[in-house]
Design a protein. Structure first.
Length: 457
């Protein structure tokens, strides 16, 4: 199938079939992508004698890893919907300029991130909740992981531009190849070669390099609707501003995960100790596993919404966002209910430590309760993003994490001790999901009008 046919079918093919063809490869890609970190943690948690401490140490690096991936989302999730809208308007040349400016931004972000984190990684890690017993593992992992920052940015930041062309399978293959490399190398480097935590980091860097190479090779090839060329990989500050304007919401969504990890880790270290920090590492890993199909589904459907919105096909847009919200809620509810019912089973994937498994079994049902309803927000927020509504999407992201979760995680422990930190998550999830629903009901009719589309584009 030619590049042009792949692109144009987003405006003509039957909705259900199109969603499946676009979303399924993206879901598979996201599930496999999450294995980059999940598999690392599973293997690390089972290192004989030091598994629990090593798992906690690597978990403390989560804020830095999350922030690095947040910058890739800044470009990918901001630039790809923008490029899809311009493809829907029939201006491929401008869409390619968006891709080139996005690639330039990824290189700039790489340079800045490596400089900052190599200079300050040790004080940062202590600030994030490391103790003298775990800091060594954190530094071993992070010092190597940072070497692959460019690979992470290109692997994650360029992937949405491939999806935006209707090429979800190509995007999926990029992730699958990297994940297979990581899964194969992890046991070899960690156990056979005896490199431990360092081996896990080396395997991750190499796997991300493979995914990045795949993305660049495809986007520079003849089969890509959007061609990445050296001519376009240069700073166009007007386009960069547009990418950042739309990308700020997914960036905040991911960057604030870093902030949340810092606040929660510090609170758990203060009120509980290393064991409680370890419980958060496991629960965040489980949440990542559950969020992967949701992220994949919305990433697959989002460019279809953007394309049809740009083309003024509002009836298709309505069918798409209704399906996306319904599926997102269903997946979130079922997945989190399973974890709440069988917390020990999930904890045992990451550790053999009975005390840690017992703690996770007690706190996971509390921690995940709000996530039963959070699928509503997971469907609504990407809908706003696909429709170019950066301000509303940004507010929803900020409201849950910065306005609600962080203050609650600081205040509730004063009344409930260490359990207050776990209570903060469901309270913020429920309130923010309800708020997202209200904002959607108030704004969607105005957004889906020809006058509004003509005014903003």
């Amino acid at each position: 199938m030619s590049a042009g046919v792949n692109e144009s079918r987003m405006g003509t093919e039957r909705i259900g079939r199109l969603m499946v063809s676009m979303a399924v490869p993206s879901i598979i890609a996201q599930i496999i992508n999450i294995l980059y970190n999940i598999v690392d943690r599973i293997y690390i948690g089972h290192i004989p004698g030091v598994g629990a401490a090593a798992l906690t140490g690597v978990g403390i690096t989560f804020p830095i890893i999350t922030l690095i991936s947040a910058f890739s989302a800044f470009v990918g999730m901001g630039g790809a919907p923008l490029a899809a809208i311009w493809m829907g308007k029939g201006d491929r040349k401008h869409a390619e300029k968006i891709l080139g400016s996005g690639a330039c931004l990824l290189v700039i972000f790489t340079i800045v991130l490596m400089a900052v984190f190599y200079l300050f990684q040790k004080p940062f890690l202590y600030m994030f909740g490391a103790s003298d017993a775990t800091i060594g593992y954190s530094l071993d992992y992070m010092s190597i992981y940072l070497l692959g920052t460019l690979f992470v940015e290109l692997a994650l930041g360029l992937n949405p531009f491939i999806i935006s062309q209707g090429r979800s399978r190509i995007a999926m293959i990029s992730i699958v190849i990297g994940a297979v490399v990581n899964i194969a190398l992890d046991p070899l480097f960690i156990f056979v070669f005896g490199w431990g935590v360092k081996g896990a980091a080396i395997a991750t860097v190499l796997s991300q390099a493979v995914s990045a190479a795949w993305n660049v090779n495809f986007l520079m090839g003849k089969k890509s609707s959007l061609r990445l060329s050296f001519y376009n990989i240069r700073p166009d500050f007007r386009i960069m501003g547009q990418i950042c304007s739309l990308g700020i919401s997914p960036f905040i969504m991911r960057a604030t995960e870093s902030l949340i990890s810092i606040v929660l880790n510090r609170g758990l270290q203060m009120y509980g100790g290393d064991l409680y920090v370890g419980s958060l590492t496991i629960m965040q890993s489980v949440l990542q596993l559950f969020s992967a199909p949701l992220t994949g589904f919305t990433q697959g459907v989002q460019p279809i919404i953007s394309y049809n919105y740009g083309a003024g096909k509002f009836d298709r847009v309505k069918k798409l966002y209704r399906s996306m919200i319904a599926v997102s809620f269903t997946i979130s509810f079922v997945a989190n209910m399973m974890a709440m019912c069988f917390p020990a089973l999930y904890a045992s994937l990451f550790t053999n430590d009975e005390e840690l498994i017992g703690l996770v079994s007690r706190v996971m049902p509390v921690f995940l309760f709000g996530m039963l309803f959070f699928g509503l927000q997971n469907g609504i927020q990407p809908t706003f993003l696909a429709l170019g509504q950066a301000k509303i999407s940004l507010f929803i992201a900020m409201f849950r994490k910065v306005i609600l979760l962080v203050p609650l995680a600081l205040v509730l422990p004063r009344f409930f001790g260490v359990m207050g930190i776990y209570y903060a998550e469901p309270v913020s999830d429920i309130i923010s999901a309800a708020t997202a629903c209200i904002l959607f009901a108030l704004n969607i009719k105005k957004i889906l009008s020809k006058e509004y589309l003509a005014r903003i584009h």
